[in-house]
Design a protein. Structure first.
Length: 259
């Protein structure tokens, strides 16, 4: 049984929010004015926000500089874009990028020979560390087969409500975020960080060994049986409305603690 989010004393200690984007910040695939206002309100009170997304380097480069956030991790922890610079920090070492992309393409071609319906994602051309295709109407059994096949080929595999990712085995949101926190936000303890997500590719953000306070927006319940690690809390509202719910609790707690 999930523990629903409430006006907990824990929120007054939060100084950094690390959040997924699609299905977590978005509402039916779009940013809303209330979500952007929430980000601005958090920034105004000194709470940092990091976007931790499976979206491509090309997308995230723009997002990190245009949105009121401290930075963004792209490709499920492959790269980090600080809001202070356009140059990314590569979190997954890739000695030969051209060969890396070719190896990913070869594995995708093998998968496509077995599942002709899968199509390369529109943003795949803007990627560096991973290769994506649309999740479409793949069943859970098919997704599990794809994961095992990728492991046999020497790759990792994950998926969200949007895309499937062929990726380096050690690359995930948790590993990337922990590195960014150490190198750029070392003034914060992990008890001052809340991680937020909604999909299987956010699972590592729910690992309480590293992130003691995590939140799933309500739509995460759809994947409950597929997650090894579960969020500490779940919002009452789904998608971006759930993030707004969380941000309201944080802002209210900070306001109360200052008064």
């Amino acid at each position: 049984m999930y523990r629903h989010i409430s006006n907990s004393h824990e929120w007054k200690n939060i100084r950094l929010v690390a959040t997924d984007m699609d299905g977590t910040l978005t509402q039916e695939g779009k940013f809303t004015s209330s979500m952007l206002q929430a980000l601005e309100n958090l920034a105004a009170t000194g709470v940092k926000v990091l976007i931790v997304t499976g979206r491509s380097a090309g997308w995230v480069s723009g997002l990190s500089s245009l949105m009121p956030v401290a930075g963004a991790l792209a490709e499920n922890g492959g790269l980090f874009y600080s809001s202070l610079t356009l140059e990314p920090l590569t979190l997954t070492p890739i000695p030969d990028l051209a060969q890396h992309r070719q190896d990913l393409a070869t594995t995708f071609t093998k998968l496509q020979s077995q599942f002709p319906q899968i199509q390369e994602s529109a943003d795949n051309r803007f990627r560096v560390t991973d290769w994506t295709f649309d999740v479409a109407d793949l069943t859970l059994n098919e997704l599990q087969y794809l994961s095992k096949f990728c492991q046999l080929e020497g790759w990792g595999f994950t998926y969200s409500n949007v895309q499937c990712h062929i990726k380096p085995q050690a690359q995930n949101k948790s590993v990337g975020l922990l590195q960014v926190l150490r190198e750029y936000f070392s003034e914060y303890s992990l008890e001052q960080v809340v991680t937020v997500g909604d999909s299987p590719n956010d699972e590592s953000l729910f690992d309480s060994r590293y992130f003691p306070i995590s939140v799933g927006v309500a739509n995460v319940i759809k994947y409950a049986n597929q997650l090894q690690y579960q969020p500490t809390y779940v919002t009452n509202a789904a998608e971006g409305a759930g993030f707004f719910e969380l941000s309201s609790y944080i802002l209210q707690s900070l306001s109360t603690s200052k008064s």
